[in-house]
Design a protein around this ligand. Structure first.
Ligand code: SAH
Length: 220
């Protein structure tokens, strides 16, 4: 076990982790596979050591570069919504960030492609995946608003930063019957949306209000 895994968290973490899973259940998360994967994935690995003691609170935390690791509830909710569409082989995530959502997805689908525009965050995420022996994740450093056309179509797409509207290029990269979960809106008001690709276009359902960092253009 490496030093990062230890961090003196030990048994306390097991109990606080259990409490988090119970809270997710109480808040309405029902998918047992999602709950199980979240129980078994150490979130403290995905934040800075100084914040590790808060890793099992149901809250977003800063990860540097003005970005945040998503709140566990929203990770669970988006993953559950994506899984509702049926078994998935390939999923594209836009916004790797800490890599926590990526790690959760990697245990539920065959292969995850994840795109991040900030190189330093991508490098940290890559180290964490190595530490956790997650080998079915492919990372790309680029502006993810354009998706990854060379690997399309995807069974599912999950976007963890908010564009103002539904990016056409991402819809184009879904297979027919595939599903995309994303927040849309401006900095002060966003809504979670489920997009289902159909033969003639797509259907969209507006779900609950959410808060994400904005989807930005270009790379850093
Ligand atoms: N899933 C991540 C969420 C991180 S916050 C986690 O739980 O840790 C959203 C991330 O999206 C940030 O890291 C941000 O840099 C990234 N992002 C924003 N716009 C992007 C774009 N156009 N392409 C790729 N990544 C983007």
């Amino acid at each position: 076990m490496s030093s990062t895994t230890h961090r003196g968290i030990g048994m306390t973490s097991q109990r606080t982790r259990e409490r988090l899973i119970q809270r997710l259940r109480d808040e309405g998360i029902q998918n047992q596979n999602v709950l199980e994967v979240m129980r078994n994935t150490p979130r403290h690995i995905f934040v800075d050591e100084a914040l590790a003691s808060r890793a099992y609170e149901d809250t977003a935390l800063p990860i540097g570069q003005g970005q945040t690791i998503s709140q566990p509830f929203i990770v669970a909710r988006m993953t559950e919504l994506l899984m509702d569409a049926g078994p998935m082989e390939t999923v594209l995530e836009v916004g790797t960030g800490s890599g926590y959502q990526t790690a959760i997805l990697s245990k539920l689908v065959k292969r995850v492609y994840s795109v991040e525009r900030i190189k330093s965050l991508q490098l940290l995420a890559r180290k964490r995946f190595q530490e956790l022996h997650l080998r079915n994740i492919r990372l790309h450093h680029r502006d993810g608003g354009m998706g990854l056309p060379e690997y399309a179509p995807f069974d599912g797409i999950l976007v963890t930063a908010a564009p103002e509207g539904i990016p056409r290029s991402l819809v184009d990269q879904l297979r027919v019957g595939g599903c995309m979960i994303l927040p849309i809106g401006n900095r002060s008001e966003q809504v979670l949306v489920r997009v289902t690709k159909t033969r003639n276009g797509y259907e969209k359902e507006l779900l609950e209000q959410v808060i994400f960092v904005p989807l930005l253009g270009g790379t850093l």
